[in-house]
Design a binder for this molecule. Structure first.
Ligand code: IPD
Ligand code: CA
Ligand code: CA
Length: 285
């Protein structure tokens, strides 16, 4: 008798999606409880790039929970990597051969968190042989748990996520980022300037993962930013794809976890977005 095919990422009786949701919920609640109660704020290598005791505590909490359930899995978490684009790219390179790899941004939107601006989240992804199969993004302020599973769609509190129906860039709100990296900042600014004349409006929310979740949910038509890290994008890129949208690098190649310069959209406006960024010399390539 032929045996039934087994879903590749179900390990034993434990469900990794349930673990991811549980981790995001627990860490998110704790982060929210620490809003306005930060013990240590440190600059990574510029006043634009901050880390707090809450970022570190949230990552420690998530790592412990994941390893309790999946002791053999690997973890790539922002707080376990030295600051800077080169260290981040090298960390992904080293981790990319893992069979099961959890990719964690324990607190995406740290600058917002430090200033009490209520737009930040926990982002957790699980990759199997380099391909993201689970993505969870939790906004503890709005209690919004965005979830995506490879091949099974994306939802938020029981509602299926669908990207926006915007037909043209001029009908779309596009998210952008004031990237903290000194070299990437002027490139992003060129893109922002070019987009400001073409899109209906721009938003810089200060959380890459929430920008991606919002594109998935149809709240934004697209998102552009140069110099992102694997932990900023892994969960959200799967979410956008599973919601009918498109994620590529700025050269138009399909998303992969190591991609750092991204164009994200509902699919329909993707080409237009790409052309504006290319014409502005803002691809970062
Ligand atoms: C940052 C935020 C920000 C984006 C940066 C990220 P962090 O992540 O997502 O919106 O512009 O590129 O590094 O440091 O708050 O986790
Ligand atoms: Ca981040
Ligand atoms: Ca972070």
């Amino acid at each position: 008798m032929e045996s039934k095919p087994v879903t590749p990422y179900v390990v034993g009786s434990k469900n990794p999606l349930a673990v991811a949701i549980n981790c995001a919920a627990k860490a998110g609640e704790w982060i929210k409880s620490r809003l306005g109660d930060i013990k240590a704020v440190n600059e990574k290598f510029s006043p634009q790039d901050l880390v707090t005791d809450v970022d570190k505590g949230a990552e420690a909490m998530i790592r412990k929970l994941i390893l309790t359930h999946f002791p053999s899995h690997d973890i790539l978490g922002e707080e376990g990597v030295a600051p800077g684009a080169a260290a981040s790219a090298a960390a992904w390179q080293e981790a990319s051969s893992s069979e099961f790899l959890w990719i964690i941004d324990p607190l995406d939107g740290t600058t917002n968190f430090v200033h009490g601006f209520p737009f930040f989240c926990v982002s957790i992804a699980l990759a199997f042989k380099g391909e993201v199969i689970i993505g969870v993004i939790y906004d503890p302020i709005r209690d919004e748990m965005f979830v995506a599973e490879k091949g099974k769609g994306s939802y938020m509190h029981g509602h299926t996520n669908r990207v926006s129906a915007d037909a043209r860039l001029e009908e779309s709100i596009i998210a952008v980022g004031f990237n903290p990296d000194r070299q990437a900042a002027p490139i992003n600014l060129k893109g922002i300037t070019a987009l400001s004349g073409k899109a209906r409006s721009l938003r810089a929310g200060g959380s890459a993962a929430l920008h991606l979740a919002y594109v998935a949910a149809g709240r934004l038509g697209g998102y552009y930013e140069v110099n992102l890290n694997a932990w900023d994008t892994a969960a959200g890129a799967l979410m956008v794809a599973e919601s009918g949208g498109k994620v590529t690098d700025t050269a138009g190649n399909p998303y992969h976890v190591g991609a750092r310069n991204l164009i994200v959209s509902n699919g329909t406006i993707h080409q237009e977005l790409m052309e504006v960024i290319e014409a502005a010399g803002a691809t970062g390539n």
